[in-house]
Ligand binder design. Structure first.
Ligand SMILES: Nc1ncnc2c1ncn2[C@@H]1O[C@H](COP(=O)(O)OP(=O)(O)O)[C@@H](O)[C@H]1O
Ligand SMILES: [Mg+2]
Length: 484
């Protein structure tokens, strides 16, 4: 990090400038790349935006947009709204999250896309499977943010690739995260009109219609049409690597599925519609394999409520969202390592069964019927609730105070947690239609252990204890620790 430190008002934190050369925006802004450290010492890759000539109105507009957007999950996070005592005078400034490189430069200049961890890498070559997946993810993110804006009756009206940033939060194409920026032209009125002289406006509203023998009246172009047409242009550019000025009507209609968001009607008029979750978001998210923000992913109701309040990504989670959640609630990290943990928890069950000399019906998790492997997953998902039940917390392993770390539960804790585990398991089995019977019969869903913990035989209690004893080790595998 560079040596320049800018002191922020109000003890909110400090911004350390990383680059000597600032990014100068078109007119009013000058941006510096750096690192923001809040009062708790949390570091965030950040951008400091200063306003030339202390353009108060631009500052106010930018601040208002970032504040509103923070609530609806659009744009970079606002880290600190004000600053003063720059080198010379008082300055108005904003510190926001660094959202990555410009999508325009990533598409057209092959600029490597910064990664949160690991090396920066450019977009894959157009036409490859990797590029298709990258383009899909970028478009999903942009579409969700547009939907969130429109849901608040705000239209961006300048959604060019130059106003989208991209950053990598993991190695997969789906770990790319796109962020809309630059809300200077955003309008809160669906009927307000604006006209540009530059791309992609000219191609979308003049060039293509003219090639079809049609003419669009500028007064008829609504903010919704602009956002949807620009989104279509963005989709074209990111998929093909070609500039929108080279696109034909056929190029754009080929991009669209059965239900276009924007289309040219043969008589020269335009069709547009609002984003529809079922038509536009769900299929895209499913194709990307993004997990849902739901009870399955966050079995702890309080954690689920927190995730719902924090993440506004169309009801889904990506690598960026997971990192954001993990910042304030490290135990959410566990769910990202779910598959590995479930496999290990099952291994513990198999080992425990073998020590008792009993036969194991299924030696590996994969060979189990789905209902049973779901059951192991449910057991793992209940871990945070168990840790909480004995007054402990789950934190990131490297942030755990060694003096407070719990690497082994006390015997009383093991017994109580084993009781909780058995109670959870009984509830789960009853809900799945199991009943008590003297002799176990999987086919008829009869279990001889569907009894209160106090009535369980010692060997059955030991299954529950074995799982509970294993919790600190399982969490450590996911980079987590228990503290008291
Ligand atoms: N939060 C951010 N993270 C990373 N880069 C940013 C961020 N905000 C702006 N930039 C960069 O600065 C450039 C100018 O910002 P922008 O807000 O689009 O200004 P202008 O109003 O001049 O278009 C962008 O193209 C982008 O590359
Ligand atoms: Mg811009």
């Amino acid at each position: 990090m560079g040596a320049t430190s800018i002191k922020l008002i109000g003890e909110t934190g400090s911004f350390y400038r990383a680059d000597a050369a600032p990014v100068v925006s078109s007119e009013r802004k000058v941006l510096y790349r750096g690192e923001f450290v809040d009062t708790a010492g949390v570091r965030t890759d950040a951008v400091l935006t200063t306003f030339r000539d202390v353009a108060t109105a631009s500052y106010a507009m930018e601040l208002a947009c970032l504040a509103r957007n923070g609530v609806i999950g659009v744009g970079p996070r606002l880290l600190c709204p004000y600053v003063s005592q720059g080198a010379r005078t008082r300055e108005l400034a904003l510190v926001e999250e660094y959202a990555g490189v410009s999508l325009e430069r990533a598409i057209f200049d092959g600029v490597p896309i910064d990664a949160e961890q690991g090396p920066a890498a450019p977009l894959a070559a157009p036409g490859t499977d990797m590029r298709t997946r990258e383009a899909r993810k970028i478009c999903f993110d942009v579409l969700v943010q547009l939907a969130n804006m429109h849901g608040s009756r705000v239209y961006h009206r300048d959604l060019r690739a130059a106003n989208v940033c991209v950053k990598r939060y993991g190695p997969a194409p789906e770990d790319l995260h796109a962020t809309i920026i630059d809300f200077e032209l955003s309008a809160a009125a669906a009927e307000s009109r604006i006209q540009y002289q530059n791309q992609p406006y000219t191609q979308l509203f003049l060039g293509i219609p003219a090639s079809m023998g049609a003419r669009i009246e500028p007064a008829g172009i609504t903010p919704l049409m602009i956002d949807m047409a620009y989104f279509t242009a963005l989709q074209f550019e990111v998929a093909t690597g070609r500039h929108i000025a080279t696109a034909t009507h056929d190029d754009l209609s080929r991009l669209q599925g059965a239900w276009p968001l924007f289309a040219y009607v043969a008589d020269g008029s335009l069709f547009t519609r609002h984003i529809d979750a079922e038509l536009d978001l769900v299929p895209r998210a499913e194709q990307l394999g993004l997990p849902h923000v739901d009870e399955q992913t966050f079995p702890d109701p309080e954690l689920l409520a927190f995730a719902r309040d924090t993440i506004h990504h169309g009801g889904y989670l990506d690598a960026y969202d997971r990192a954001l959640l993990a910042r304030s609630r490290p135990e959410t990290m566990m769910f990202t390592a779910m598959d590995g943990l479930t496999r290990q928890a099952y291994q513990r069950y198999v080992d425990q069964t073998r020590t008792t000399g009993a036969g194991v019906a299924f030696a590996t998790l994969e060979s189990q019927p789905e209902a049973l492997s779901d059951s192991t997953a449910a057991q793992v998902r209940d871990i945070p609730a168990k840790v909480h039940a004995i007054g402990c917390a789950v934190v990131a392993l490297d942030a755990a105070d060694p003096a407070r770390r719990v690497e082994q539960f006390a015997p009383e804790e093991i017994e109580y947690l084993a009781y909780l585990e058995h109670r959870r398991w009984c509830r789960e089995r009853r809900e799945a239609g199991w009943t008590y019977g003297l002799h176990k019969d999987v086919a008829r869903r009869i279990s001889n252990t569907l009894v209160p913990y106090d009535e369980l035989d010692e060997a059955s209690r030991e299954y529950n204890r074995a799982h509970v004893r294993d919790i600190p080790r399982l969490l450590a595998q996911a980079g987590l620790a228990i503290v008291r």
